[in-house]
Design a protein around this ligand. Structure first.
Ligand code: GP0
Length: 830
């Protein structure tokens, strides 16, 4: 058995070296046992995947003891439970995450080394659990980890999609989508619970049974689907508390119609099963675009109903009294996706558990709270009333009744303005009746939160303006956060090691101690070590780029990074225009001494979002031209890394020098990539949007590059009109850039490819790319000047890390616990 080296090589772990050596032997035995008896392979025949499964199973065993203890503790203490309902959990890989939180990364590495197995190789074999589209889903994953870290009795509920977010390839510059298959070789982290299942109904009719007081309602669905549970333990920092992520899979109650099968119609015999199971087949590949399909509503109801039935069963088992539900349960709705749950809880309380309507509504509102993630109108879900009527007839009745009582109450209070009443109605009457799911979530919740200070204010002023007037205490703010375990300790071990050597281990438990780094910002010796850590991360990313794209990038260049979903409001186009302007400068003045830059892009476009896909093509076209132009030499490189996902983010973020957060002000609710990069010592170039505002407050305006129109100026500018011809005429640089695109400089094979794109921003620049261009260019010039003064740059970078502790998801979750859920938290060291 190998022993392990100095404590400084295992910065993330506390135990003594001797204990570790004992642990190494135990881990080795545990892995070998799993390989033999669970995987069924001999050491000599085992593939890397076999080893990965064996290790994951051995690690899972370690979690289970604390899981059982946590579950028993949750029952014993009678604590209020938190249920986080989310249609997305963008988890990524779990191997190193679990090892880190259990404090056994290095012992496991040593145990595996003694078996001639390389932990890093196993790490790369694990497929990402990509059950989410982007920020919203990744936030849910960070929150699960922080809720476990803070010992909250929390459960996540979602859908176990057979296929997560599509795999993106880039062929000839164009995005292509392929199905993703994360379960292909099984999932060692989960426990299937075939015995935990619920019937979920669809369609049919509602029967009214006359009674003395008021009629009872019985829904007779015409179709039922079974929801089956799969549980994944979620381990918090230091392994103390373990929560459960319960994901539902759809199953047909009858696997096949035997008579139809025997008659020879094999496909027909399986039709019901296929229809039922399609519910959990695939994640909706949409981000902030409407998913107006029936299947999406079926997914939403399926998971909301299964989760509510499950939590009510648990509540009644423990407390025996449905009246106590709101005291013992807090349910967080992650966006409107689970908001049909408001009507479902009313149905369960009134129709199934016999609670009277008004009391049921009180319980519902006290139980639910809702997080809004966007102001984009196209992302605020509404369902055609006829569709909901057909699929969920009883819920439609309930929604109409909630609405009638809501509007009657307002009229009784003297509100008569028909316009106001229709603005706060659950039913949108314009252009065919639609149910407003945001309004349903708002009315059914005691708290509604936005995800950054600016966003929460805009929520009050825009989407929920009229409802906010009626319920002025309901909207609050909880600025997003990210888990430092994954996004600092695991993704950036070089920096973490330096921080431990400099500050001691205290910051690992209490991020606010990162402040102690401030005095080192001017320390030249520390700066040198800081730069060395960054350099290693950049070399690693350069090797990833070389592997995947066969492009050589210079690790000494400024790594200028924009990684996020492709969307017009996020303005990758603005960054591409800047790239072209830089390219023009280099060609015009080849002898000018420039600081070399690498522009790094990554991100997926929704499959149906043509404009976003065209912008991907443009980025790739610009990359091809720039990277192959001999006059450019090493001064500028452009790379578009395909298939952006959590694992790729873990490689890019620690290597970033500059973080691009350049959305049109007022449009990015928060952003979370902005926090991850600032924490890892990148400087931000950004607009005053989302959490950028708070990042500037924390890091100081000298340590961030802010440019562009502010949210109120964006509104004013749009009100004046978005024809950009004057703006373009006034900016020679912008004109040159747009002309070169329109002329086909980057598309010789199809000269008019970008004519439509250029026309669009010329005559109808809704996202104000042109309006912010000059100011963005000026900010980029300031970036270049700062970069040349490397000491000053490093000072700012260090201060970014020192001052971003507030963006920990532990802080965000502690705020939810205090302001919204009313549950206690305890820190791992308490
Ligand atoms: C918001 F509405 N977000 C949506 C959506 O459908 N998907 C999604 O990922 C994002 C916001 O755009 C965000 O600003 C925010 O930080 C995140 O939700 C979590 O609140 C981008 O990161």
């Amino acid at each position: 058995t190998e022993t392990i080296a100095a404590a400084s090589d295992r910065p993330n772990e506390a135990p003594e070296a001797e204990a570790l050596n004992g642990d190494i032997a135990k881990l080795r035995d545990a892995v070998l046992e799993k390989l033999t008896y669970s995987v069924g392979k001999d050491r000599n025949a085992a593939s890397e995947r076999d080893w990965f499964i064996a290790v994951a199973l051995a690690v899972r065993d370690r979690m289970v003891d604390n899981w059982m203890t946590s579950v028993r503790g949750n029952y014993r203490d009678n604590r209020r439970r938190v249920y986080y309902l989310s249609l997305e959990f963008l988890i990524g890989r779990l191997l190193v995450d679990s090892l880190t939180n259990l404090g056994i990364v290095e012992p496991m590495r040593a145990a595996l080394a003694s078996l001639d197995v390389d932990l890093e190789k196993l790490r790369d074999i694990e497929p990402d659990a990509a059950l989410g589209n982007g920020g919203l889903g990744r936030l849910a994953a960070c929150f699960m980890e922080s809720m476990a870290t803070l010992s909250i009795a929390a459960h996540g509920y979602g859908i176990r999609y057979d296929h997560g977010l599509f795999r993106q390839t880039i062929a000839d510059g164009w995005q292509h989508e392929f199905p993703e298959d994360w379960l292909e070789f099984g999932n060692p982290w989960e426990f299937p619970r075939p015995e935990v299942s619920y019937m979920i109904g669809f369609g049919g009719a509602v029967e009214s049974i006359p009674r003395n007081s008021h009629p009872a309602h019985v829904w007779h669905p015409s179709e039922t689907v079974e929801a089956v549970a799969y549980d994944t333990p979620v381990v918090g920092w230091r392994g103390k508390h373990v929560n459960t992520l319960r994901l539902w899979s759809a199953r047909a109650p009858d696997p096949l119609k035997l008579d139809v099968f025997n008659s020879g119609d094999y496909v027909g015999a399986l039709a019901d099963q296929v229809r039922a199971e399609s519910i959990s087949k695939i994640l909706y590949p949409s981000d902030s675009t409407p998913a107006g399909l029936e299947l999406r509503l079926r997914q939403e109801y399926f998971f909301a109903s299964a989760s509510l039935q499950d939590l009510i069963r648990r509540h009644l088992e423990q407390h025996g009294d449905i009246e106590l539900l709101a005291d013992k349960v807090a349910i967080q709705l992650n966006d409107t996706h689970p908001s049909i749950g408001v009507a479902e809880l009313m149905r369960l309380l009134v129709d199934v558990h016999g609670v009277d309507w008004d009391r049921a509504w009180e319980i519902t509102v006290a139980t639910f709270s809702y997080t809004n993630h966007t102001l984009l109108p196209e992302a605020l879900e509404t369902w055609p009333a006829p569709l909901m009527e057909r699929l969920l007839p009883r819920h439609m009745q309930i929604i109409f009744l909630i609405n009638a009582k809501h509007l009657d109450g307002l009229r009784a209070k003297g509100m008569e303005d028909a316009g106001k009443l229709s603005a706060v109605s659950l039913i949108d009457e314009h252009g065919g009746r639609h149910v407003r799911m945001g309004h349903l979530a708002f009315l059914g919740s005691h708290k509604v939160n936005g995800v950054s200070g600016l966003h929460s204010e805009l929520v009050k002023q825009t989407v929920f303006r009229d409802l906010h007037e009626i319920f002025p205490d309901r909207i609050c703010n909880v600025t997003n956060g990210v888990t430092f375990r994954r996004w600092l300790y695991e993704a950036n071990p070089h920096l973490t090691k330096l921080l431990v050597e400099t500050l001691g281990r205290g910051f690992l438990d209490d991020a606010s101690q990162l402040q102690k780094l401030e005095p080192f910002a001017d320390d030249l010796d520390f700066q040198a070590r800081w730069a060395a850590a960054k350099q290693l991360n950049k070399e690693h990313l350069a090797s990833v780029v070389a592997d995947r794209l066969l492009i050589k990038i210079n690790p000494n260049a400024l790594f200028d990074v924009q990684i996020k979903r492709m969307h017009e409001y996020k303005r990758q186009l603005l960054n591409i225009l800047d790239t072209i302007a830089l390219y023009n400068e280099i060609r015009a003045q080849p002898m000018r001494d420039m600081a070399p830059r690498v522009k790094i892009f990554a991100g997926k476009a929704a499959a149906s979002y043509q404009q976003a896909k065209l912008i991907i093509k443009l980025a790739n076209d610009v990359a091809r031209v720039v990277n192959n132009d001999p006059t450019v030499r090493d001064q500028l490189k452009v790379v578009f890394l395909p298939n952006y996902n959590v694992s790729l983010a873990e490689a890019i973020i620690p290597a970033a020098d500059l973080s691009e957060q350049i959305s049109t002000a007022g449009m990015e609710a928060s952003g979370t990539g902005n926090m991850k990069m600032a924490l890892n010592g990148a400087l931000t170039i950004g607009t005053l949007d989302g959490a950028n505002v708070e990042i500037r407050e924390k890091v100081g305006s000298e340590n961030i590059f802010i440019f562009g129109l502010k949210a109120d100026e964006v509104a004013a500018r749009r009100a004046r009109g978005i024809d950009a011809r004057e703006t373009i005429a006034a900016s020679p640089q912008l004109r040159e850039v747009l002309e070169s695109i329109a002329d086909g400089v980057f598309s010789h094979d199809d000269r008019h490819r970008y004519q439509g794109l250029v026309d669009a921003i010329t005559y109808h620049d809704y996202f104000l790319v042109t309006a912010d261009f000059d100011s963005y260019r000026a900010a980029q010039a300031a970036v270049a000047r700062r970069w040349r003064d490397r000491k000053s740059w490093q000072r700012s970078a260090i201060l970014n890390t020192a001052r971003t502790a507030w963006f920990s998801s532990d802080r965000a979750i502690a705020e939810y616990a205090d302001q919204i859920w009313n549950v206690p938290v305890s820190r791992p060291k308490d």
